[in-house]
Design a protein around this ligand. Structure first.
Ligand code: COA
Length: 259
């Protein structure tokens, strides 16, 4: 059953699996406030709907997501804790049922950090992960300042978060961010097959196992997401990020001299 409130987020429920598809290809699946709102609502409904046992998040075989919509950062920056992006982050980070992701092509910013809250990640061999927050005059979000060093160690997290350098599917597999690498045309189908396997298992056992697996870090993740959100919100108003976003819109290199 398809119940998409906006065309940029396709929502489909079948056989216990809710599939959320990022569908804004002309803007490289960059995510607007309305899209965060739709995803937050979908997760909330999946949480309470006993017909949904597993959620799949996927993009297109050429692009997962170019991250936050940069025009939105300039014109409609998230200002309060109930902003759609923060609702989405709270929803995905505390989601009690399994989440499976299929990632092909670039996964920029939140396109990578949301994966830190997924349980199974299947990557196309063209996947390229990046968290270029510093390059945009920003700090990490989605708890990634805590979860990335925990997952990959400080040195590799510093390359990803301080230098903002991308890493490819092989590195994601090796560090445990991705479960398997497949040809891009096969990634979404593999994610569906794995989700269907999960959906056939007893939901109470899945949920209790996920809760226990995440219990050790749950409070720290929630606290860090909130702290990052305060810094991120402030930095969105500062000259470095304004210069970075304006440069992106004007298709030029940013000039951070003096900032
Ligand atoms: N927000 C708004 N628009 C975006 C966008 C974003 N995050 N990412 C891409 N777009 C737009 C581009 O401006 C371009 O618009 P145009 O056709 O009007 O010129 C269109 O989407 C296609 O993007 P383009 O850069 O030409 O595609 P590409 O295949 O060469 O590169 C990316 C793809 C994802 C590598 C590149 O678009 C990119 O780096 N985007 C910005 C990522 C970013 O910094 N996100 C913020 C993270 S916090």
């Amino acid at each position: 059953m398809s119940t998409s409130p906006i065309p940029e987020i396709q929502t489909h429920v079948d056989a216990g699996v809710m599939t959320l598809t990022l569908n804004r290809l002309e803007r490289k699946n960059s995510i607007t406030a309305d899209m965060y709102g739709a995803m937050a609502d979908a997760l909330e409904s999946a949480n309470h709907d006993t017909a949904v046992r597993v959620v799949v998040i996927q993009g297109h075989e050429t692009i997962f997501s170019a991250g936050n919509d940069i025009g939105d950062f300039l014109n409609r920056p998230p200002a309060t804790p109930d902003a759609p992006v923060f609702r989405f982050l709270r929803g995905i980070s505390s989601f009690p049922k399994p989440i499976v992701a299929s990632v092909c092509g670039p996964a920029v910013g939140i396109g990578t950090t949301l994966l830190l809250h997924c349980d199974l990640v299947y990557a196309g061999d063209n996947a390229a992960f990046s968290m270029p927050f510093v390059n945009l005059g920003l700090c990490p979000e989605a708890g990634s300042s805590f979860l990335a060093p925990l997952l990959m160690g400080h040195a590799r997290a510093a390359e990803a978060l301080l230098l903002g350098e991308p890493f490819l599917a092989e590195a994601a597999l090796e560090m445990g961010l991705a479960n398997r690498i497949v040809p891009p045309a096969e990634a979404n189908a593999l994610a569906q097959r794995q989700a269907l396997k999960l959906a056939a298992k007893p939901l109470s056992a899945l949920m209790e196992t996920k809760r226990l697996m995440k219990k050790g870090n749950a409070a720290m993740v929630a606290e860090r997401i909130a702290e990052e959100a305060v810094s991120f919100g402030r930095m969105l108003q500062e000259p470095a990020s304004r210069e970075a976003f304006t440069a992106f819109m004007e298709k030029r290199k940013p000039d951070f001299s003096g900032l």
